[in-house]
Ligand binder design. Structure first.
Ligand code: COA
Length: 158
């Protein structure tokens, strides 16, 4: 299969009152859903296959996102295995009036490409060139190893 490059995909969301938790800031589950959808879009664009989320790395929410803020997510494929991809997503909250911008979180999603029968299927290898891409690739390798180790441990506890 011909190796491919991944380009960052940015997406904007307006934070409405019905996105908020009882404290008036954005509900974490809503942020996770936005990130998961964005990861799925980027993964599908890369491999042109149906994809599912296999697991996520722990997500730390660093700063609250306020109702009325704009949430920008920037996602890129940072690692590709045989049938799986790791997507890195950075999320930023921006006040639309002041333009003040805060980094909210960086999340990593493990996605798997599926064929027409729903089985994992091979996808094109990733072209990794810049120092940033090399750094993210190595980090994603570690993240994937951790996820597989977690899966092994949870299966052995059943
Ligand atoms: C993800 C899923 C397709 C993996 O199927 P599987 O038969 O266990 O797959 P395999 O063990 O053959 O692994 C296939 C690939 O998935 C990767 N993978 C499997 N589980 C993983 C996990 N928990 N985290 C990261 N990668 C995972 C493997 O490393 C492998 O990658 P590679 O081909 O690049 O080396 C399957 O578990 C599934 O369908 N899960 C439900 C997904 C879903 O519904 N998500 C929505 C939220 S509920």
């Amino acid at each position: 299969m011909t190796p491919k490059k991944s380009h960052p995909l940015s997406s904007w969301h307006i934070v409405f009152p019905n996105d908020a938790n009882p404290h008036g800031t954005m509900f974490g589950g809503k942020v996770m859903a936005i990130l998961d959808i964005q990861a799925g879009i980027v993964a599908t664009q890369y491999c042109r296959r149906a994809v599912v989320t296999a697991s996520t790395e722990a997500v730390d929410f660093r700063t609250p996102v306020k109702v009325g803020d704009r949430l920008e997510t920037i996602a890129r494929v940072v690692f590709v295995g045989k049938t799986s991809l790791v997507i890195k997503i950075d999320a930023y909250a921006e006040n639309p009036i002041s333009g003040k911008r805060k980094h909210c979180t960086t999340a990593f999603f493990n996605m798997v490409a599926l064929d027409e029968d729903g089985a994992p299927t091979a996808i094109p290898p990733l072209i990794v060139e810049s120092d940033e891409e090399k750094h993210d690739f190595e980090l994603a390798q570690l993240i994937k190893r951790n996820a597989l180790e977690r899966r092994k441990q949870s299966e052995s506890r059943k």
